[in-house]
Design a protein around this ligand. Sequence first.
Ligand SMILES: [Mn+2]
Length: 396
Amino acid sequence: MSYRSTSDSRAFAEADVLAVEPVVDSIRSLDPLVLSLLVLGLVGLVLGGWWIVRWFRRPPGVRLQRVLREYDEVAVLMHPNPDPDAMSCAMGIGAIAASVDTDATLQFAGEIRHQENRAFRTVLDIDLESVDSNSELAADPVVLVDHNTPRGFTGAQTVEPVAVVDHHPGNGTGTAFTDVRTAYGAASTIVVEYLDEIGASRDGTDGATDLELSAELATGLLYGIQSDTNHLTNGCSKAEFDACAYLFPAIDEDLLDRIANPQVSDDVLRVKATAITEKRIEGPFAVCDVGEITNIDAIPQAADELMHLEGVTAVVVYGEYDGTIHLSGRSRDDRVHMGEALRHAVDDIPMANAGGHARMGGGQVSVDHMNGIGPSDGISRPEFEDRLFAALAGER
Ligand SMILES: [Mn+2]
């Protein structure tokens, strides 16, 4: 490293002046009109650049609010059979839209069956509409929450969402706004951050906008986070805890209790009881046929219940509904990839399908085909159960 002497820097200064002089001369010789146009162009460039920088430095919640403000009406679309995380996200986006006078219709494909999801919708009095095809979407601009590719209704593949807010992996994007954070445990967490960024008021105490965080919205978002993270025990990031702390002043404990502890219908309890009393256990695995059922949501719930059994690391519960055997499996055993195990268990039964993730899987088998009424010879229930155990043990 060398230091430049004073004479050197003077020499540089003189050289600079010498270089600048011809430029100044040529500017002087320009036509005043051309000169003013040049100056205007330069100012435009600087302003444009500044605007672009400002736009991208705005927090995402503020950017989404700006995008929503462009429309009179939007459809906020949840994934099929929406869960509390999807529903509370939709509520939150609806509130952000309302803060800029944009009408939001909250829509979903499929059904809301699970008692937890039904209680969520009823207790928080959320206005949700179901759709069977893209022609039923309430508006052209669609905001996707808790998923990033439209699915589950006719024409879903033709829908190009304007905005996407999600925490699942995938390549889906919105034309104007995309915020997918796969490290987050719940999409509701992202929406909570938006509310904070926009400056929503909690309990009328703080906040700088017209957006007030109602008790219903705060409670919904808290429960959305809780239900997607198994009550903050699974798949959480620090963001989930921060979001819960942010929501705390606005939540309503009574509403929360009613959502978290809904009454369970008689048939669901009966299926759970059957699973508990009739299960067959082999080593660390439990399998149970719960017979004919009237509510297919009872099956995964019964599987969850059996997972509480000490010493059991993987379970499969199945029951018959409307001519189809529905299977639901759970695993906390690193040796058992539940989706693969179920797939292997039914792979040579015609019209059967099964699959899923490592810890959770499901499937359907047509009773006719299992009985051999279809093209194959069929298999008996005890044989089917042996297959399930073999698949769990990795022997199929
Ligand atoms: Mn979710």
